[in-house]
Design a protein around this ligand. Structure first.
Ligand code: GLY
Length: 362
């Protein structure tokens, strides 16, 4: 079993990574100071496969869980769904020591996390991420949120879980495209922090795509280690943590402008990373070989390198209204090399236009 610590005293926690985490999960619950009423939140896709078995584990460990299943999909990350969940929590008699278990991908983790952060001013949260994307990103680091009709993740909090259990067995039922989207975020960790990890992905792409156990455990653990390190240094994103947004400025705009239908998150981030790499090269921060290396790895891991169905002007307008843009200044995360990034808010408009155009298919 691999264990990654998020060093955030007194809110630190462990991320456990392995196949079949039942025993470790049971032991964690028995040792935790939870009261016996608990809420297990999942969605219609994951819940039908895993909600009952996980509820049984909770019961064996002495808890009385209520299962709450939300419709699968982004629309469940809403205040409307949150309100229903509060009602269920109150009716189920959850108290201030009751735990919320988030069993699912990013939508479930963010929504259940938001409930845990706000119900009775905060109750324990345990993340059981089932998608690769949630395992390497959203379940770690404490960002929880729901969407507003005017924008994604606009209502939320930093609220750390008490534990993250990454059971690799969940990946066996994940559609291939969901694996690729997770790989988009995994490539990002190599680019922002760790050239050796980037090289590992280049050299082991086949094992990674086939989800070979050793390679899968290694890339998830390395991603979590990098994220844990960054979050440990800057929990509330006052500085360093913004490097986790590499590729997301253009990526979010692509997702939004294609109505969150054509591209999923990791795909849009992959294209956004290439756009940011083009900007970095045009500013003389990296050479073209680094851009081509990134494009080659993204292709190798079955991710898109250009966005279809977007207009340059709409993308530019969306970037200006992004929540990462402050006082009209876009905070770009740009590359100094593979494994090294920096943030910059003075990028000439002409460079931005040219480089975004380069990642739009016409
Ligand atoms: N997904 C970016 C962050 O957690 O900061």
């Amino acid at each position: 079993m691999r264990k990654v610590e998020v060093d955030l005293k007194p809110r630190g926690y462990s991320i456990l990574i392995d196949h079949d985490l039942k025993a470790a999960f049971g032991q964690f619950i028995r040792q935790a100071d939870f009261s016996n009423r608990a809420l297990l939140v999942s969605d219609t896709n994951v819940g039908k496969l895993y909600a009952e078995p996980v509820a049984d584990l909770l019961k064996q460990a002495g808890l009385s869980p209520d299962i709450y299943i939300v419709p699968a999909g982004e629309s469940s990350k809403s205040l409307t769904e949150a309100e229903k969940l509060y009602t269920r929590a109150i009716e189920a008699g959850l108290d201030r020591h009751s735990a919320v278990f988030a069993l699912g991908g990013g939508v479930v983790g963010d929504l259940a996390g938001f409930i845990a952060a706000t119900y009775m001013r905060g109750i324990p949260l345990v993340q059981l991420p089932t998608s690769l994307l949630a395992q390497v990103d959203s379940s770690v680091g404490g960002k929880v949120a729901v969407n507003h009709r005017l924008g994604k993740n606009l209502i939320g909090a930093f609220y750390q879980p008490q534990g993250v259990f990454i059971d690799l067995d969940f990946l066996s039922t994940l559609p291939k495209r969901e694996i690729y989207t997770g790989l988009g975020e995994i490539i990002k960790y190599g680019v922002i922090y760790d050239e050796d990890f980037f090289t590992f992905l280049e050299n082991n792409a086949e094992a990674v795509l086939a989800l070979e156990p050793a390679a899968t455990a290694a890339i998830i653990a390395r991603s979590c280690m990098i994220k844990a390190k960054i979050v440990g240094l800057d929990e509330k994103e006052t500085g360093l943590r913004c490097i986790l947004n590499f590729g997301h400025t253009i990526g979010h705009a692509i997702e939004k402008d294609t109505h969150y239908v054509r591209y999923n998150h990791g795909e849009a981030v992959a294209i956004g990373m290439i756009g940011a790499a083009h900007i970095s090269r045009d500013l003389g921060m990296i050479d073209d070989a680094a851009v081509q290396r990134l494009i080659a790895l993204i292709r190798k891991l079955h991710l898109p390198t250009q966005a279809e169905g977007c207009s340059l002007d709409t993308i530019l307008a969306t970037i200006l209204h992004d929540k990462k843009t402050i006082n009209g200044k876009v905070h770009w995360v740009l590359m100094n090399g593979i494994g090294r990034v920096t943030s910059m808010d003075q990028v000439p408009d002409a460079v931005v236009r040219r480089c975004i155009k380069a990642v739009l298919a016409v």
